[in-house]
Design a protein around this ligand. Structure first.
Ligand SMILES: [Zn+2]
Length: 180
């Protein structure tokens, strides 16, 4: 905010007609610019004093202090708002970080468990082979399946079936027996 802007906002400030952002900028300027602060003090004393007279209120003893208190109050309110925003951000950020680490460690945990299981399984296999191979004939073949394959009856073709049927059922000789 420039000095010109600040000074043109003095009336609106005293009337409390500036929005929050402009009020913040205005107060910040007044805290750092002695010229404008002096200008504000004069206008503040004049306007507030005349209003108090108009309304038959008791005149303030210290306009300068009133103004200073008012500026400080606005400044603190802005600081608190900022602090609240920061702390909200902080909480959300911390929660996100914690959440990420929980997720990450659970994934690591799962990977670790899987690795351990693989290692255990491998160790189990080795243990089994090392200790029992003497007693058991370990083979990669499925012995039962192989023996079934070997003992399966050979499929006959259709003509072979007729042939074997004819041999076991001699039709013509039957007829000749009947004739005798
Ligand atoms: Zn200024």
């Amino acid at each position: 905010m420039t000095c010109l802007e600040a000074q043109s906002n003095i009336m609106a400030f005293v009337d409390k007609k500036l929005d929050d952002d402009r009020t913040k900028d205005f107060v910040r300027h007044m805290k750092h610019c002695d010229n404008c602060a002096e200008e504000l003090e004069i206008y503040y004393t004049l306007i507030v004093g005349m209003r108090q007279l108009d309304n038959n209120e008791e005149l303030s003893h210290d306009f300068k202090k009133d103004l200073h208190d008012e500026l400080t109050r606005i400044e603190n309110r802005a600081k608190n708002a900022k602090r609240f925003k920061l702390s909200t951000f902080g909480i959300v950020f911390t929660a996100a970080v914690i959440g990420f680490f929980l997720f990450y460690s659970s994934v690591l945990n799962k990977v670790y468990t899987i690795e351990q299981n693989i290692i255990k399984a491998e160790q189990g296999d080795y243990y089994f082979y090392n200790h029992f191979s003497k007693y058991i004939d370990i083979t990669t073949d499925d012995v039962i399946v192989r023996s079934k394959e070997m003992n399966k009856p050979i499929e006959k073709s259709f003509y072979q079936k007729i042939h074997s049927y004819n041999i076991t059922h001699p039709v013509w000789t039957d007829i000749s027996y009947e004739e005798e």
